[in-house]
Design a protein. Structure first.
Length: 183
């Protein structure tokens, strides 16, 4: 009964007991059910304990694809040096790199890993990334947001044409998610 009610609400999700909508441009954390329902060793799985402290990781930036009614989550990483090295190697080899983008989140540089993005629907969201100082959802600057959305859409289009740029089998997961939302 609850599943039917949530599917009627479309993009709504159950988050901390409240029905809420996911929003393009916000950051989210994935619940463990996603990794159980879509086992893929290339997905960036939850690592909830770091240095003995429980954390929600990784954090994902959300974009929305109207054509499929699916969100795409792009993981972010604070391992800047590691991903700058990978980025430079791709630039040297191909002359371009659309799979890793660098930008600021809450004033700190992060690597946006388009190469690891994955499709999702709201039922697999654990919670939203909220700025502890303002109490508001974390956002990125508009110019950078347009840049990352453009690159993510380009990479996804190439993936759909058979160019393997995204590590997980995202097209398989996407098809399974489409089946879930059209039931």
């Amino acid at each position: 009964m609850l599943r039917e009610a949530l599917s009627e609400l479309g993009r709504a999700l159950f988050c901390k007991g409240l029905v809420r909508k996911m929003k393009m441009g916000n950051f989210y954390f994935i619940n463990d059910d996603y990794f159980i329902d879509f086992p893929d060793n290339k997905l960036m799985a939850n690592r909830e304990t770091s240095s003995g402290t429980v954390h929600d990781r990784p954090c994902f930036y959300a974009i929305y694809e109207e054509k499929t009614s699916i969100y795409w989550l792009i993981p972010i990483s604070s391992q800047i040096e590691k991903f700058k090295s990978i980025y430079q190697k791709k630039i040297q080899r191909y002359g371009i790199c659309d799979t890793i983008v660098f930008g600021k989140v809450l004033g700190h540089e992060k690597a946006f890993l388009i190469q690891n993005m994955c499709p999702i629907i709201p039922r697999y969201i654990k919670n939203e990334y909220i700025d502890s100082k303002s109490g508001l959802p974390v956002k990125i600057e508009g110019v950078f947001e347009r840049k990352i959305v453009k690159k993510a859409k380009k990479v996804l289009a190439l993936q759909r044409k058979g160019v393997k740029l995204i590590f997980p089998d995202v097209l398989k997961i996407e098809q399974e998610l489409i089946k879930l939302i059209t039931v």
